[in-house]
Design a protein around this ligand. Sequence first.
Ligand SMILES: Cc1cc2nc3c(=O)[nH]c(=O)nc-3n(C[C@H](O)[C@H](O)[C@H](O)COP(=O)(O)O)c2cc1C
Length: 154
Amino acid sequence: MKKVNIKNFKKTLSMFSTGITVVCVKNKNTIFGKTVNSFNSLSLKPPMVLFSLGNYSSSINQFSNTKFLSINILSSKQRKLSENFASSTPELENIKFIEGRNKTVLIPNCLANLECELIDKIKKGDHIIFISKILELQSNDKLKPLVYFNSKYF
Ligand SMILES: Cc1cc2nc3c(=O)[nH]c(=O)nc-3n(C[C@H](O)[C@H](O)[C@H](O)COP(=O)(O)O)c2cc1C
């Protein structure tokens, strides 16, 4: 075993394969989206999920001050969307966002979409954990997931 540093922490955690989500909020007609793989299921009753965002993120205030948000689970065909929303200035013009029922915007053609109400935030280290209750959801099991492992897409 080795002593932990940032480099071997990142490398070791990259051995855990994940799906990829884009989390979105709409604030005064402006859409903010972030690529996030720290998404996880939290509770069945009530149905809750979580993800964490770096408190250094350019969008941290938008997510911290929202009441509603969407979590969009990307399919294998949506790698470009993942790259786009990992940028501080993502392109939004060519995305035909769908209006959700709960003041959210959804990305079309995803593996799954969740409309959520933000119910809690927990600051830990250099990240904030966002805990959300799921209000509505949909999924398409005919699609395949976008998978991230060892800093590469599969
Ligand atoms: C595959 C992938 C997964 C990511 N997951 C997270 C995450 O869970 N939490 C996070 O804060 N940033 C995550 N990021 C980084 C953000 O998408 C974004 O690049 C970072 O927040 C810097 O941009 P910003 O300052 O505009 O927010 C991920 C990036 C990639 C490519």
